[in-house]
Design a protein around this ligand. Sequence first.
Ligand code: SAM
Length: 230
Amino acid sequence: MNAQKLSKRLETVAKFVPTGAVVADIGSDHAYLPCYLIHKGIATSAVAGEVVKGPYESALGQVNKEGLTEKITVRLADGLAAVEATDHVDTVTIAGMGGPLIVSILEKHPQSLQGVTRLILQPNIHAKVIREWALTNNWAILDEDILEEDEKIYEILVLQRGAMTLSPSDILFGPKLLLRKAPAFLKKWQREKENWQRVLQSIEGAEPTLEIEEKRAELTALLDLVEGAL
Ligand code: SAM
């Protein structure tokens, strides 16, 4: 992977960036995504934010090497603190982290989201918590995607401002993903189903403590949902 040829995962994130966008890529690491977006003429300018010094320096080096210092500002900052009002950012990408970390980044500097109209989020795990956050923060799901790369399955959520209603199944599986049932979706949830069945079997003979009963109820509810989705 490099700034010209992204991974399938980051290419899918890039696919949802509108042409003419001003992008902030938070947790940019090597800054491949913003460099790619400028090279392809998709973004007009970008901020690459990084909280760790090593990746920040690698982003700076990459942006220099690509000759993009006029178009991409690299900042060492925690999450959305990398975004300044004068940047006029309208699109935020956050990729390659867990859902709870993505949500904590979105919640920590809400003023940085003021001019933002689109969020493109790629959680490695727990996409559910992002849908729950969106639901209570007036963001609606515009689109979703799911893909498999190097034997890992990734979900991508595209949010725009607005209200939505989601059923418990929509929150867990993703409303768009649930409708489409792509092969990667079926593979992910078949795997999860088998894991949950294994755990349920393993506690079958256990002493019925409150904790065991709660776990059993949780797994049974999840299995009901997944059976409805597959
Ligand atoms: N976004 C790139 C991608 O998807 O390939 C890099 C993903 S890498 C696994 C996660 C990056 O997020 C790391 O470089 C890490 O330092 C950075 N990061 C984690 N928490 C952050 C935060 N609060 N603010 C900015 N960057 C953060």
